[in-house]
Structures are given as C-alpha cells and as structure tokens.
Design a binder for this molecule. Structure first.
Ligand code: PGA
Length: 259
C-alpha cells in the first residue's frame, strides 16, 4: 500500500474511427492538470489499426507538456511470428510504440475461447519483448453465485505463475474484472473488489512478498466518475481498467482525477 503509483487505463475495445481515436488521444494528452504531482499513470488501449496514429498524437502532445499518456494494445499473439493470419505479434506492438498489452481480457476468453494456457503464453511473449502485460482475471456470475470466485481467479493467475514465475510480476500489472460487472453498469462494491484484490496479492506474496507489495492491481467493470473514488480508496485497489467511460475524454478525466 501507500507508495504504489496508481494507474488508470482506458480499454477502447472496438469503438470509434481513426478520426475519433486521434481526437480522444489529443483531448487526454492535452488536458490541463493542476494535480500534476498526484496524477496516476494513464494508459490507453486503442484498436490495432489506430495504434500508430494515436502514438503520433501522443508524441506531439508530449512536448506540449500535457498528461503523459502511455499506449497499449488490446491483445497479442502467443506466437513469435509466422503463418498466423490476422494475429499481431509482441514485436509488432513494440514497433508501434506500445508499452503495455492486455492479456486474457474476458471478452477474449469467452468469445475466442482463450484458455488459461494460451493467456500464459501471450503474457510470456509480451514480457519477452519488453512489453508490460496487463493480465485480466475475473469470474462469471454463475461462478460467483456458486462461491467459486476465489478458485477461478487463482486458477487464471496460477497458469501464468506456473509458466512465467512470480518474478514476472515485477514488470506486470494485474486487473480484476468480474465478468458480470463489465459493460453492465453494475460495478462490484468496493468491499467485493477489495476481497479479491487482497486474495490475488496474497497469492503472489506466498512466492515473493516484495513483488506482491509493489504490484499494481486494477479493478475493472463499470468504473465511472461516481464510483471510482470509493473503489480506488481500498487498500489493494491501485486504479482502474475502464471500458465505456474511457471513450469520452471528460468522463475519463474525471476518473483520472478521482485517484
Ligand atoms: P466497462 O469495461 O468499464 O465498460 O465495464 C471494462 C473492461 O472491459 O475492461
């Protein structure tokens, strides 16, 4: 607790156009910020085809002393390179100026059948290329109702720890995103989220207490300007992974300043 710098990340999913992506990036990077000292790290995750253009917008804004916004991608291939039509490698994301990448977002796990094993390979691939993986874990509503929340998130975390070791979390971010809270307007309560965050941190602490103490664990699932502050006030919640509310510069800035 205490000296972990907070993170507010915006997952744009498959929204917008090239023009709107550039506009949104410019609005964020150019926003005035009196609270400069207390600002969290800000990362945005635009769709693949917009990454390069957004990076240019952010580079231009950097010299104009706006908010420092980092760039991430929403997914990465588990392969290094080769005959994998439609996939994008970690090296390519690095070339585009990405510093971060989401791995194991629930929409990838459910819509594309991504297994814990594949997610672990993606995590590894990203880390090998110097990208910071943002590993997403979370339970469905039936799993929560069956009392399986802890088992589900520990299994998802466990497959990455098995492949990469706890040491890999020295340069990674974890995101707890209950599936039932994503895009539903029904956020987890601060207490519900805190309980899972503490469980995840405790699991990593069993292997490496120092890495666990420094690890940023984000909450995601219907975060907005109104619920961000009480969520982020929890001892093990180090910021948010924001979907819908990251698509509007004003809404997203409200969350950034709520930290
Ligand atoms: P949401 O999405 O904020 O729209 O619920 C969060 C996410 O899927 O990362």
């Amino acid at each position: 607790m205490g000296d972990r710098r907070r993170i507010v990340a915006g997952n744009w999913k498959m929204h917008g156009s090239l023009a709107s992506a550039r506009e949104l990036a410019a609005a964020l990077a150019g926003a005035s910020h009196e609270a400069a000292g207390g600002l969290p790290e800000v990362i945005i995750f635009p769709p693949y085809p917009h990454l390069d253009a957004v990076r240019r917008v952010l580079d231009d804004a950097q010299s104009a002393a706006g908010i420092a916004v980092q760039l991430g991608a929403q997914d990465v291939s588990g392969h290094e390179q080769g005959a994998h039509t439609g996939q994008v490698s970690a090296g390519m994301l690095d070339d585009c100026g990405c510093s971060h990448v989401l791995v194991g977002h629930s929409e990838r796990r459910s819509a594309f059948g991504e297994s814990d094993e594949l997610v672990a390979r993606k995590f590894r691939r990203a880390a090998d290329h110097g990208l910071i993986p943002v590993l997403c874990v979370g339970e469905t509503l039936p799993e929560r109702e069956a009392g399986q929340t802890g088992a589900v998130v520990l299994k998802q975390l466990g497959s990455v720890m098995k492949r990469c070791g706890a040491g890999a979390f020295e340069r990674a971010v974890l995101a707890y995103e209950p599936v039932w809270a994503i895009g539903t307007g029904l956020s987890a309560t601060p207490e519900q989220a805190q309980e899972v965050h503490a469980l995840l941190r405790g699991e990593i602490a069993r292997s490496n207490a120092k890495i666990a103490a420094g690890l940023r664990i984000l909450y995601g699932g219907s975060v907005n300007g109104a619920n961000a502050a009480p969520l982020f006030a929890q001892p093990d919640i180090d910021g948010g992974l924001v979907g819908g509310a990251s698509l509007d510069a004003k809404d997203f800035l409200r969350i950034i300043t709520a930290v």
